[in-house]
Design a protein around this ligand. Structure first.
Ligand code: ADP
Ligand code: MG
Length: 790
């Protein structure tokens, strides 16, 4: 897909990153985005509210100047920007976690006393409404002064504990960028000052009883307490949203057992994983975690990759098999050689990817950002106008306009709006990582949720991708199959030549030939001048029995390129194999001009057992499934029939797969493409959502918008269903947040009261507002339990 590609996995075209302090709601983040986005030298900016970070894309060469300018500019807005330390994802996560814990401790330290003072205040001021009667020494009619002073005394500590609302809110207001804190500060400040004024006058003897009845201390205190509580709950819930990340982090052990490079007998030494280097020999005890990527040297065991791929069946491993960091060793003891360490392990790449994704924005968030930018100032104006209207046009006491003013201000904070999208994306992408589906960013997620057509590569996706060799036929000069040795080449010799070449390829068919060669004890031969033609085959020179053979292995089109046409008996044999769903490969021997078809290698790639059911599910979701393959038409149709796929395009070269995707897009479809990152790269890049299968060890994190960490259609279904669920979750959240504001504002402005209904007390408004954020976050957290239900 074209939108918002970020080539920042390993530092190329990497944007500037900042930690932003002091943001509370979408009004804050969109304010920063707007102001900084318009600065010279800044290409693009993306501010993330939940992670409190910003990424800024800068014109090359201006990084230093822009970095300084941005910090000053953001500070002038009343926030802080500090360049994000260039540390690895794990350290960053740990720092963020420590900060969150400290923040939580501080909040709790404030929250309890705030509640402790607010509750008695509420009883004193509102008790009579609930039928509680105050003792006469405190009763407002008999002892108005004590009544007023006690309330003031109970309120002051709460205001002091909540002073950060006033400090930050006033600062933001002074910078002409009012935030949620400003709303709270103005709202509660008005209630407090009004009550304080009444108290002073009352104590001085001006109408004490009437003044005692006109106090709003409890509005102020309870509001501050509720908002503090809401922010505390929100912070707690947000921390949970990062769980998936924590789980990934904890996969990498802290220490490893290193064996001496030379001395076989030396006991293993326990060293921190950070100290490991490529080439180190390590001991992996049964039940322990693999610390880095590498290969098995000795031993046999099974490793559990479930936390990395979502696949729960342990994979058997033995010498020469690859191991990835984070997998759990089974019963056997292994020694391994470290190959990729630190930032280079697959796990580290995955963690970086998930972190990027969790902090990325979906286009759908723009609406909320734009709205909340104008929202706060608009609401302040609205609150003022509504209060004035009540003051001028009604005979109500002064308390009504005041309470309208406070309620509207408090009701209107767009904090739920700002959280709606990023929270869902954070939880959704985190859940994806647990299920073996790495969604790279919010834009990809949004597109995947809207997908109408899915193009799938046959090999490895619909089929197991582990084809096996089912037969070899030696062809004589006439092209007939024969059991003789032709030109000194028998079945084994043909396989030897093919396997030698394919050792240079990573194609699934190549693996099949290599494995078959190994099984039949074919000797390994030196090869030269190897040329791989994606979607066609492979050619080169093989030295066998002191003789050089120019060999090509591939499909019909590949042979046609070298002037060899499969006709007659060869043609018939190819057709029969294809009809049976097998993939025949042709092998030619001889230099250009003198080449001849020497054999047919038949390979069969079994359908994955779950493919038909998943295709049916996709159809039920309204997704059209198209199979794109470079394989021949007959084989393709046979496989498509078995899988239940209704549309097939066969014999496609990688570039033609991309053309096909373009054509589908031309029909107005939102197209997803599933393929292996290597030879399907063009189609993956072009598709609205490219899903790269990164099975086994090499997660080709560069290709595709979504990386599937296990092959097969189930992962595809998971990706689509999760994306849809996340988008639904976002819409619910936005609906909730907008609906709350749209319904709440008129009520807070006293609309119901105009028709004789109740007023919305500022306390209730504050509670509702706090709950709206909490409910949005809680709703997003539901995605943690997302599962494909069958
Ligand atoms: P698919 O869409 O089925 O994954 P590819 O585009 O990967 O197909 O390959 C298409 C065809 O090209 C294969 O069916 C095979 O005939 C031929 N081919 C590609 N790579 C190789 C190779 N390394 N060795 C032999 N044949 C190959
Ligand atoms: Mg392929």
């Amino acid at each position: 897909m074209t939108a918002e590609k970020e080539t920042n996995n390993d530092g190329e075209a990497c944007p500037l990153r900042f930690d932003i302090g002091g943001m509370h709601c979408a009004a804050c983040s969109s304010r920063i985005e707007r102001v900084v986005g318009r600065m010279d030298g800044v290409d693009k900016i993306s501010v993330n509210l939940p992670t409190a970070t910003a990424k800024i894309w800068v014109k090359p060469g201006e990084e230093e100047a822009v970095r300084k300018a941005v910090m000053e500019r953001v500070a002038a807005l009343g926030f802080s920007a500090t360049p994000a330390a260039d540390v690895d994802a794990a350290t960053q996560y740990e720092t963020a976690r420590a900060k969150a814990l400290e923040d939580r401790r501080q909040r709790l330290g404030r929250l309890w006393p705030m509640i402790g003072f607010s509750v008695p205040l509420l009883v004193v001021s509102m008790g009579h409404m609930m039928g509680l009667s105050l003792p006469s020494w405190l009763e407002p009619h008999s002892a108005p002064r004590i009544f007023m002073l006690l309330q003031l005394l109970l309120t002051l500590p709460v205001v002091w504990l909540g002073r950060h609302f006033y400090l930050e809110g006033a600062a933001a207001l002074l910078h002409k960028s009012p935030t949620m804190d400003s709303l709270v500060a103005v709202g509660t400040g008005a209630a407090f000052l009004y009550s304080l004024g009444n108290t002073v006058l009352g104590v001085l003897g001006f109408d004490p009883v009437m003044r005692a009845m006109n106090l709003y201390y409890e509005s102020c205190a309870v509001l501050l307490t509720m908002i503090e509580l809401g922010q505390f709950l929100e912070a707690t819930a947000k921390r949970k949203a990062g769980d998936a990340m924590g789980a990934l982090m904890s996969l990498a052990p802290e220490t490893a057992l290193r064996l001496d490079r030379e001395d076989e007998a030396a006991p293993p030494e326990e060293v921190p994983v950070a100290a490991l280097r490529a080439g180190d020999r390590l001991l992996i005890r049964p039940g322990s975690r693999v610390p880095v990527d590498g290969v098995v040297l000795t031993g046999k065991s099974a490793v559990d990759l479930s936390l990395l791929t979502g696949e729960s069946i342990p994979v058997p491993v033995g010498p020469e098999d690859k191991l990835v960091a984070g997998s759990v060793n089974g019963e056997g003891s292994l020694t391994m050689r470290a190959e990729a360490v630190g930032r280079d392990t697959r796990l580290a790449r995955i963690i970086r990817l998930v972190r990027e994704a969790q902090g990325s924005k979906a286009p759908i968030a723009r609406l909320a950002d734009r709205v909340s930018f104008y929202f706060v100032p608009a609401v302040m104006l609205f609150a003022l106008l509504a209060a004035l209207a009540w003051l001028v046009f009604s005979a109500e006491p002064i308390s009504t306009p005041l309470s309208v003013f406070v309620a509207v201000l408090v009701m209107a904070c767009p904090c739920a709006m700002g959280l709606a999208t990023p929270m869902s994306i954070m939880v959704g992408t985190g859940r994806g990582a647990q299920l073996g589906v790495l969604i790279k960013n919010g834009a990809a997620l949004e597109q995947a949720g809207r997908l109408t057509t899915l193009a799938v590569d046959k090999t490895g996706t619909l089929t197991t991708g582990k084809p096996v060799l089912t037969g070899i036929s030696v062809l004589d000069a006439e092209g007939s199959a024969t059991d003789r040795t032709v030109d000194g080449l028998d079945e084994t010799a043909l396989l030897t030549l093919a396997a030698a070449l394919e050792a240079r390829s990573e194609h699934p068919l190549a693996l099949a030939l290599i494995n078959a060669g190994r099984e039949r004890n074919c000797p390994s031969c030196p090869v030269e001048d190897v040329e791989v033609s994606p979607g066609l085959g492979i050619a080169g020179t093989v030295l066998l029995n002191n003789q050089n053979y120019v060999v090509a292995v591939g499909n019909r089109a590949f042979m046609r390129e070298r002037g060899l046409e499969a006709s007659g008996a060869v043609d018939a044999q190819l057709a029969a194999l294809a009809e049976a769903g097998q993939t025949p490969l042709l092998l030619s021997v001889g230099a250009a001009g003198a080449a001849r078809l020497a054999g047919i290698l038949a390979l069969a790639d079994a359908l994955r057992p779950e493919s038909p059911a998943v295709v049916a599910r996709l159809h039920a979701m309204g997704v059209r499934v198209v199979m794109l393959t470079g394989d021949n038409e007959r084989t393709a149709r046979a496989v498509a029939r078995q899988a239940g796929v209704d549309e097939v395009a066969a014999g496609l070269l990688p570039a033609e797969k991309a053309d096909y995707v373009r054509r589908l897009q031309g029909e107005g479809q939102v197209v997803g493409m599933v393929g292996d990152g290597i030879n399907d790269a063009p189609a993956l890049a072009l598709a609205d959502v490219g899903m790269a299968v990164g099975t086994g060890v090499d997660v080709s994190a560069e290709a595709g918008d979504i990386v599937l960490m296990r092959g097969g259609m189930e992962a595809v279904l998971t990706a689509l269903a999760l994306s849809r669920a996340t988008m639904r979750n976002i819409r619910e959240n936005l609906g909730w947040a907008f609906g709350y504001n749209i319904l709440g504002l008129p009520v807070a402005a006293g609309l119901l009261h105009v028709f004789g209904g109740p007023m919305l007390s500022p306390m209730l408004a504050g509670t509702a507002m706090a709950l709206s954020s909490v409910s949005v976050v809680t709703n997003a957290l539901r995605l943690r339990f997302f599962k494909i239900t069958s």
